[in-house]
Write a protein that binds this ligand. Structure first.
Ligand SMILES: NC(=O)c1ccc[n+]([C@@H]2O[C@H](COP(=O)([O-])OP(=O)(O)OC[C@H]3O[C@@H](n4cnc5c(N)ncnc54)[C@H](OP(=O)(O)O)[C@@H]3O)[C@@H](O)[C@H]2O)c1
Length: 348
């Protein structure tokens, strides 16, 4: 039996301050499962929701997008999971506080839950959902969500001879973008990141790392040209206006730039085709959004297998001791941009 009360990191009001308190343990409805949360990962979006007050309208709210845990109970109609299964999933905090990750028990919709392969820990699995989905939607999903490189995850689809630039190659989104581009057989996968991550990013599939501390974004187009001329795909994984502008200049005709965030002051036109057929699309990494639902279901069916086979490797982690209480300090570190090439994880 699950308890009736649980500890949670609660955001009591829009743009308020987080507080650790208690709230009821929810019961799963039709098509849902209740997860005993074992590990959560921290994402910059949580600080943005807190400070800007967007996306979530129901308060008190519980944030936290990435969860790994154990199935505690099962709602009506659920046949694919059993009590005790080790699973991971991307939460859906806008629906309500029962669906956020920063608490001991969270509800999940069964279509976007995957089993954790035995070789991975809860902490490793929790690094995957949001940022992998953001990379995958941008690269693989059809328009209007993404570039449509492989919407059905067909293993035969290959892009030998194609080139890509990942701006922010050492960010969580960027690391997954590199791995996905590798799985598609891209010939050149150029990461724009700090040189300290060169060996790591190459081990995941980057063919060249351009040191962002040596090569300013203003020189990035020229640096890319020296390596492979132009690129078919640019993934701006860190919302960098200068990086986007340089990437856009590096694109071939009919090339596609994906960005993690639409940026009004960016150099490039937003979500439009230009005269050379270059496209710009903002990638939204939620499998719950109407445009992404079909793609999200396919992704979650494949996810366990992709990890099992090593097509996707979880991110490197730093475990924060102290449970729910440690999350606010971790989010502050993300806000200060002092986390590099790894994911902050809290185990509960
Ligand atoms: N659209 C969506 O649905 C969605 C989903 C998830 C995240 N996001 C957004 O995507 C961005 C990345 O999120 P994340 O979780 O991947 O972040 P993260 O892992 O915390 O990113 C940290 C990394 O960003 C790199 N970086 C920062 N500024 C850079 C720049 N100007 N050029 C190149 N690299 C830079 C740093 O690289 P070095 O240390 O190597 O220098 C660092 O390793 C955030 O803005 C987040 O809000 C959007």
């Amino acid at each position: 039996m699950s308890p009736t009360e649980q500890n949670a990191l609660i955001l009591p009001v829009k743009q308020g301050n987080f507080v650790v308190s208690t709230r009821p343990v929810p019961s799963p409805k039709v098509g849902e499962i209740l997860i005993k949360v074992k590990a959560v990962s921290l994402n910059p979006i949580d600080s943005t929701i807190q400070t800007v007050g967007y996306m979530v309208e129901k308060y008190p709210a519980v944030l936290g997008m990435d969860v790994a845990g154990e199935v505690a109970s099962i709602g009506e109609g659920v046949e694919s999971f059993s009590k005790g299964d080790r699973v991971f999933f991307q939460t859906n905090p806008p629906i309500g506080p029962d669906y956020g990750g920063y608490q001991e028990y969270a509800l999940a919709m069964v279509e976007t839950v995957a089993k954790i392969p035995e070789k991975f820990t809860y902490s490793q699995a929790a690094t995957v959902p949001l940022t992998l989905t953001t990379a995958a939607v941008g690269l693989f999903a059809d328009a209007p969500s993404g570039a449509g490189l492989n919407p059905t995850w067909d293993p035969k689809v290959q892009y030998i001879g194609h080139s890509a630039l990942v701006v922010g190659g050492s960010s969580s989104v960027g690391i997954f973008a590199i791995q996905l581009l590798k799985s598609l057989g891209f010939t050149h996968i150029i990461a724009y990141a700090s040189a300290t991550h060169t060996e790591y990013l190459k081990s995941l599939g980057a063919t060249t790392v351009i040191d962002r501390n040596k090569v300013p974004a203003s020189d990035l187009t020229a640096a890319v040209a020296q390596i492979c001329g132009q690129v078919n795909i640019v993934y701006d994984a860190v919302f960098s206006s200068e990086g986007q502008a340089a990437g856009y200049e590096a694109l071939v005709d009919n090339g596609h730039l994906l960005s993690v965030r639409a940026t009004p002051d960016a150099y490039v036109p937003k979500d439009v085709d230009d005269v050379r057929g270059r496209k710009v699309t903002t990638a939204y990494g939620s499998p719950h959004m109407p445009n992404n639902k079909v793609f999200g279901k396919i992704l979650y069916k494949k996810l366990g297998g992709l990890l099992e086979k090593g097509t996707i490797v979880p991110l490197r982690i730093e475990e924060l001791p102290g449970g729910l209480e440690s999350i606010v300090g971790g989010l502050d570190r993300l806000k200060a941009k002092s986390v590099s090439g790894k994911k902050l994880i809290v185990s509960l």
